[in-house]
Write a protein that binds this ligand. Sequence first.
Ligand code: PMP
Length: 397
Amino acid sequence: MPLSHRITHLTGGGPDGWELFLRSRDMIANGIDVTELTIGEHDIPTHPDILNAMHGAAMGGHTGYAMVPGIDSLRDTVAERIQARTGVATTRANVLITPGGQAGLFATHSAACDPGDVALYIDPFYATYPGTIRGVGAVPRAVQARAENGFQPRASDIEAASDGARSLLINSPNNPTGVIYGRETLDGIADLCKRRDLWLISDEVYDTQVWEGSHISPRALPGMAERTLVVGSMSKSHAMTGSRCGWIIGPEEAIAHLINLATHTTYGVPGYIQDAAVFALDQGADLEQEIAAPFRRRRALAKQILANQNTVALVPAQGAMYLMLDVSATGLDGESFANDLLDARHIAVMPGNSFGAAAAHHIRVAMTIEDSAFATALQTLCDHAAHLADGAARTAS
Ligand code: PMP
């Protein structure tokens, strides 16, 4: 039976960027000891106190259908948190609880775009973005944030691509680059969205992982609250990736329609998960900092290791759980380097081109293994890069 074009073309065909990851998993299945610096997931489980709250809620009977928009206490807690962090007046009517940020990305694009509309996104990008856009019947169009601009997107580049566009998706702190968009970048984007009448979809799932500078939510910029849909999540901030709990923040009218969409798609998020999320958010910034601490430590370790060499270059690692490294001095592009590193040293990293063309000379290193193993792997990576660069220099001379 034929299936819809929309579903059969969701991934756009061709390589999906996970080839190296799958090769590393095959090697592991064959007994090879591979150090994986690939996936963006904490190396700690969800905090036992959060799990206790979840257990208590489930045993207390919160196992039936929950309110589709989210339970009042979670919507209120999220609204307060957002208002405290951004200064923008936010109430429960501005909040929809979703099964994770991914569901929020799908729903926000459904709200912003009709089938055939262009939805802009920034390259390098989180792997699901173009497929999510195709999933709602819109047409993904990438705009490169260039390495020479420190991977900060330029409003002029976005504008040049904005014919037929209804929305722009941005992500700061950014996966994969670890860059945080500065005030100038966001002002340019806000101005453009207002002039070209675009929805801004702001993926802020890494908003608690800020190592340098500060995270600005573009919803807080003048005139932006009425055209911004913020996607948030408990996944990264509270190591709750498997619990599937996130939210969308937006204008009341948009949220009212998004609640209708939720009624006809997800039908809400389990009540015991939402109770656990309320508990987790009530612990405040201390718990968020505790959960972010391993990445902060490993980033500091990485900076020390990288300071002692000059082959690989670190993109300013301002936030999120990744390091983006320019490996062009090895004479290889990111993909060839990552494959070589896997074969020669049994270390798996993500080739930059898994996240788009703008990062073709880069690799993404996830800081998601224990500190000393992380430091050893990064040192080995640098040694390998230096060895390749020596070889490249000898060939050239
Ligand atoms: N956005 C970005 C940039 C991500 O990296 C991820 C997960 N890796 C998500 C959204 C989705 O996260 P979740 O659905 O777990 O909230």
